[in-house]
Design a binder for this molecule. Structure first.
Ligand code: ADP
Ligand code: MG
Length: 705
């Protein structure tokens, strides 16, 4: 029995976080104010202020059991990075002081020459630096004080995901505030992006995980004959939690709560052994940090419970993969959700502005939205009838579609219960999230008072899609502003509606309320001129297109060099991922799988010859047929593995150009792997489990209690 202890959740929640309450309680008033100003306005923090904050933070962290501190950052690997320094400072008399200065809080210099920089950082200046991000709270985890930081080169170029995210949030805020002031909402001085990212994951037995080299090295299975039962019964979705899984989730919630991560909902997902955790939304920057923490803690707690937590987008073939729904909205510093249809004509106009700006942004920059979720892992999901297709479209539901249609056509809107109203003059109905109206097949859906982007893969940092979404919406708002800035106040309403009407006319092709999984939609999308960028190598060139460079440089989110470096890193990462998969596959087939095949064949052959030795008049039909089958499969496996080997060596030797290399991995290596897998899976289906040197799909997917 697990030990039961009574915990007060309000006491536990955020207990390991250096949050606003702790700062207010412990910092001198003027220092607290200075920090608050920095957090709110992004202003520079004076060194004496930093020194005081550092001293107080250190005292607090030591009380929480910390002996070390680390700058915590998010390099381009998409993971988090940390380097721990202890607080100790030895004295000549053999004693020791615990020290932590303002300088150490504000700036760090990790020896960072091995992080991907895509050529941004020449090696002579390889020491990029980390800079404290006071807008995301520090916390204590495993005896270390974690300080969220941005990571830049000495030239000031972003080497991480946080820096451009913060820049994009700022750009969006500035453009949103300009428009809001112009349309009459003059109180607002800042707009924040809010994000809630639902996280899907698989749990499997740890011992089984450790026996699968493919899971260990690649995060996904490279082989596996389908289990007799897959997900066709749909009996797992929202099903009763198994007791041990429930204990895991319970423990996970508590660990997250201590770190101030607002884990809220948990349930079983569609696939066996698949689950989901959704947090309460937060400011995008904090939400991104918290999602990274969530993924880390999920793995750590799993290990404690003798599970392995799989965050790969497609750990098992033939079973749904895992995604991460990025719920996104905008909130003013007065607490108003800008995507909430309001109660007054002004609020309505506001809502329509931000709604149409988002629709236009997603249409105009659909290729960048696709780029933002492109990874080798996620390519296995998109368009595979379990996740949105690679085509971007927007679902707004019937009611809102009606409102938009009336807007575009300049007609009266007829709502539910036949209420009539003219857009602009009357108050819009509250657009409720109608459960019958939910469309799980849409990549980008309006869900009542926010948009939900459903394409991100489960292991992705949600920084990427939010950087693009924020910047694209900033651009559309800037365009709206340029069209209304000279309009006098008494004409503003009409002007705004005319501008929105034109924008909608131009971008309405992106709206689609039907089933996104069908072939008809893919055909229709093509007719509408929507992009269908099926793989990462198809999509990635769009990141460095003139249109993209223009967008990101206009708002200072990325320089051209930063975009070029990211392009290079994403492509390289893609090729490397598939390269490792190819090698892992070759090793598993040659060293492990074929051993099973040979042993089984040997045993059957021995059985047959024994039968004959005994002088029985037997035909040994089963043994003969099985031997022939296995022999033929073995021959085919040999040919295919040789081809995979040759093709992999070829690209190792002649690879030139990131894009060409990535294309080769997509067109040739993935294809070779697919072919090899087919034979191995068929053979696995014929060979008894005890000959297979690693756990099967059936064992892994149904092992949880
Ligand atoms: P579902 O999408 O399953 O219906 P919810 O509507 O409760 O579930 O929300 C899903 C996610 O959306 C949660 O993580 C929630 O915090 C987040 N969310 C809700 N409102 C907002 C908002 N205004 N901005 C960003 N995320 C939000
Ligand atoms: Mg959802």
């Amino acid at each position: 029995m697990a030990e039961t202890k009574t915990i007060s959740i309000p006491e536990e929640y955020g207990s390991m976080v250096f949050n606003d309450t702790v700062m207010r309680d412990r910092l001198p008033k003027d220092i607290y104010k200075a920090v608050h100003k920095t957090i709110k306005n992004g202003t520079h923090l004076e060194l004496d202020v930093a020194n005081t904050v550092a001293a107080v933070m250190k005292e607090w962290a030591i009380e929480k059991g910390a002996t070390h501190f680390t700058h915590w950052f998010q390099p381009m690997t998409g993971l988090t990075a940390e380097k721990h320094d202890s607080f100790i400072s030895p004295n000549p008399d053999g004693t020791v002081l615990m020290e932590f200065s303002g300088k150490e809080l504000v700036k760090g210099e990790p020896d960072a020459s091995s992080f991907p920089s895509g050529g941004l950082r020449a090696t002579f200046e390889a020491r990029g630096y980390t800079a404290w991000d006071p807008s995301s709270p520090a916390f204590v985890k495993d005896g270390t004080l974690y300080i969220p930081t941005a990571f830049c080169s000495y030239g000031g170029e972003a080497l991480d995901k946080k820096t451009p995210l913060l820049r994009s949030m700022e750009a969006l805020s500035q453009e949103a505030v300009k428009v809001l002031h112009k349309i009459g909402n003059e109180e607002v001085s800042h707009v924040d992006t809010t994000v809630g990212s639902e996280q899907e994951y698989f749990l499997i037995d740890k011992d089984m995980y450790l026996k699968r080299k493919d899971l260990l090295m690649c995060g996904r299975t490279l082989f596996g004959a389908p289990a007799p039962k897959g997900q066709e019964m749909e009996d797992h979705y929202f099903g009763v939690l198994k007791p041990k899984v429930s204990e895991y989730m319970h423990d996970l919630d508590h660990e997250l709560w201590k770190l101030g991560v607002p884990a809220k909902t948990k349930h079983n997902e569609v696939a066996p052994s698949q689950h989901e955790l959704a947090p309460v939304f937060e400011t995008a920057n904090v939400a991104v940090d918290h999602n990274q923490l969530t993924m880390e803690v999920m793995k750590k707690v799993a290990d404690k419970h003798n599970y392995a937590c799989l965050l790969h987008e497609k750990p098992f073939e033939g079973i749904n993969g895992s995604g991460k729904h990025n719920n996104w909205s905008l909130v003013t510093d007065k607490g108003e959700n800008l995507l909430d249809p309001g109660k007054t004509p002004l609020e309505n106009m506001q809502f329509m502005v931000f709604l149409v700006a988002t629709i236009a942004a997603v249409d105009k920059y659909q290729d960048l939205m696709r780029v933002s979720v492109a990874t080798a892992g996620n390519d296995h999901r998109l368009g595979a009838n379990e996740a949105p297709p690679a085509v971007i479209s927007i679902f707004v539901g019937d009611e809102l579609a009606g409102v938009l249609k009336s807007l575009a056509e300049g007609t009266e809107f007829v709502g539910k219960g036949k209420t009539k109203m003219s857009i602009g003059a009357d108050v819009l109905p509250h657009i409720t999230k109608d459960t019958t109206d939910r469309n799980r097949t849409s990549p980008f859906a309006f869900t009542g008072n926010k948009f939900e982007f459903r394409m991100p893969g489960s292991s992705l940092s949600v920084a990427d899609p939010n950087i693009i979404l924020n910047t694209a919406v900033a651009e559309e708002l800037s365009e709206i502003y340029s069209k209304i800035e000279d309009t006098p106040a008494d004409e503003i309403q009409e002007k705004v509606y005319n501008v929105l009407k034109d924008m909608l006319e131009e971008h309405k092709r992106i709206l689609f309320n039907g089933n996104g999984y069908t072939d008809e939609w893919i055909e229709e999308a093509e007719k509408r001129g929507l992009d269908n960028l099926k793989s990462l190598p198809d999509a990635m060139p769009r990141l460095v297109s003139d249109k993209s460079v223009e967008l990101f440089t206009k708002f200072g989110v990325f320089t051209k060099e930063e975009l070029d470096s990211r392009y290079e890193i994403f492509l390289e990462n893609y090729s490397k991922t598939i390269h490792i998969e190819s090698l892992a596959m070759q090793e598993m087939v040659r060293k492990d799988f074929t051993q099973g095949l040979v042993n089984y064949s040997k045993d059957i052959a021995e059985t047959a010859s024994k039968k004959k030795e005994l002088g029985l008049s037997v035909a040994c039909k089963y043994e003969t047929a099985m031997l022939e089958k296995l022999d033929s499969l073995g021959g085919s496996i040999l040919e295919k593995i040789d081809k995979l080997h040759k093709d992999t060596v070829k690209i190792e030797q002649d690879g030139e150009g990131e894009l060409e290399t990535a294309r080769y991995y997509h067109d040739v290596i993935l294809e070779d792997m697919e072919e090899l897998r087919k034979d191995v899976d068929v053979a696995e289906g014929l060979i008894p489990d005890e000959y297979i040197p690693y756990p099967t799909y059936g064992e892994m997917l149904y092992s949880l209690r």
